[in-house]
Design a protein around this ligand. Structure first.
Ligand code: FDA
Length: 394
């Protein structure tokens, strides 16, 4: 087996790894990217329903979850969403803003991958796919990376192997294990941006409503998200539920407002006044999707005419609509989670360079680090920004 030397080896050919390699390559450093997958940037390919929500024009540190909310500031400032948008423009990729500042390719996520691969080629970055990493060690100022295609040596090692989300796509705990080997701390990882699951009667109810989408506000007690919510065969999904899941801890309740834009009690009272002979469901249908209206009526006072519903009963129904308290039994877990919350403790990294404070030349970037964005292009922006910073300093 051969033995090769590089200035920098990047572990992981995802968004963060490729971006750091490009930036380091631009500085004239010799760079090799290693990945066990057959293809690079597979998560970019499937992201945003195949159109890659590649950044968010409203990127701001407050959109990121971390034990240290200040950590992400430096990287996000050194390489901003506007910098990435300028590169996408230069490539001629057409895109549009879908909602809430989220930028998606008009055509396909593969255009972003092609842009990254073009930049790798232009800056002499080598990419070794289908390559297993057997072990990493450091002697003096040099890292030895043992792989299935031979030993490699480098001055700087950038770890960009991501988190635990979607094991079927090749996610592994590699970054955490390597970090521990070098004495860095790990913030317990958990799935984020993941659908909620329910049990018992609630599950039966939600599964009946599977496919119904409603604009809802989900409050975790810490934060609330007002976006689309989707009933599924397992529970709740859609942007509002995914966002809330990143802040939810097992055992906690969430509060759902199914009619955020309407004063439910006032609407019910108005319905009673204007249509006293109507059944509850037909009044609920004026401000809720029909199947949801039927379901709420069935669980409360379906057989009553509006005229027969007392104020107390209307208050009870209004509460069921605007302050529905629910206890998820869990989430769908890493199988479907878009991201992993937690990871390499930011206390052990420099926010200016992404280098480990106690191991010169060792960098961690992207999702492996305890910085997780909201839904909406923030996670890729973190991959670009943290990758850029490591690429400048490795
Ligand atoms: P990423 O996981 O992308 O890359 C890690 C690489 O390391 C992979 O290529 C993997 O094969 C490799 N690897 C792992 N272990 C290894 C090992 N032991 N040996 C060798 N190689 C190893 N975000 C966003 O901003 N907008 C969006 O539209 C979406 N959409 C989306 C959809 C879905 C279905 C998912 C699952 C996720 C998203 N995301 C997203 C999140 C986004 O994909 C994610 O945050 C980034 O891909 C993280 O980039 P990284 O480069 O850090 O890790």
């Amino acid at each position: 087996m051969s033995s090769e030397n590089y200035d920098i080896i990047v572990l992981g050919a995802g968004a963060a790894g490729l971006f750091s390699a490009i930036e380091a390559g631009k500085r004239g450093r010799s760079v090799c990217v290693i990945d066990h997958a057959k293809k690079p940037a597979e998560k970019v390919r499937i992201s945003g329903g195949g159109r890659c929500n590649f950044t968010n024009v409203n990127t701001h540190p407050s959109r990121f979850i971390s034990q240290n909310p200040h950590f992400c500031k430096s990287a996000l400032k050194q390489y901003t969403q506007h910098d990435f948008i300028a590169r996408v423009d230069q490539q001629g990729i057409k895109y549009h803003e879908k909602t809430l500042g989220q930028l998606f390719c008009d055509d396909s996520a593969t255009e972003i991958i092609q842009m990254l691969l073009d930049d790798c080629a232009a800056n002499n970055v080598e990419i070794r796919l289908s390559t297993e990493i057997i072990g990493v060690s450091k002697r003096d100022t040099e890292f030895l990376v043992q792989t299935s295609i031979g030993n490699m040596h480098c001055e700087s090692l950038i770890v960009a192997t991501g988190g635990l989300s979607i094991p079927k796509m090749g996610a592994t705990p590699f970054a955490y294990e390597l970090a521990k080997q070098f004495g860095l701390n790990i913030i317990d990882p958990r799935p984020g941006l993941v659908p909620f699951m329910f049990g018992g009667e609630l599950l039966a109810e939600m599964s009946e409503l599977s496919g119904v989408s409603v604009r809802a506000r989900i409050d975790t007690g810490e934060i609330a998200f007002d976006e689309a919510m989707l009933f599924t065969h397992r529970g709740l999904s859609g942007p509002a539920a995914l966002q809330a899941s990143s802040y939810w801890l097992p055992g906690n309740e969430i509060e759902v407002n199914l009619a955020q834009r309407v004063d439910a009690l006032a609407a019910l009272k108005k319905g009673r006044e204007e249509a006293p002979k109507k059944k509850l469901a037909s009044v609920l249908e004026t401000f809720l999707p029909s199947r949801l209206a039927q379901s709420i009526a069935e669980q409360t006072y379906a057989s009553f005419r509006m005229a027969d519903l007392s104020n107390a009963k209307l208050e009870e129904i209004a509460k069921r609509i605007s302050a529905w308290r629910l206890k998820p039994v869990g989430t769908e877990g890493y199988r479907t989670a878009e991201v992993t919350i937690g990871g390499i403790d930011t206390n052990d990294l420099s926010s200016k360079t992404m280098e480990a404070k106690n191991v010169a030349g060792l960098f961690f970037i992207g999702e492996a680090v305890d910085v997780t964005g909201w839904l909406g292009g923030y996670n890729f922006q973190w991959a670009w920004s943290s990758g850029y910073v490591a690429g400048q300093n490795a």
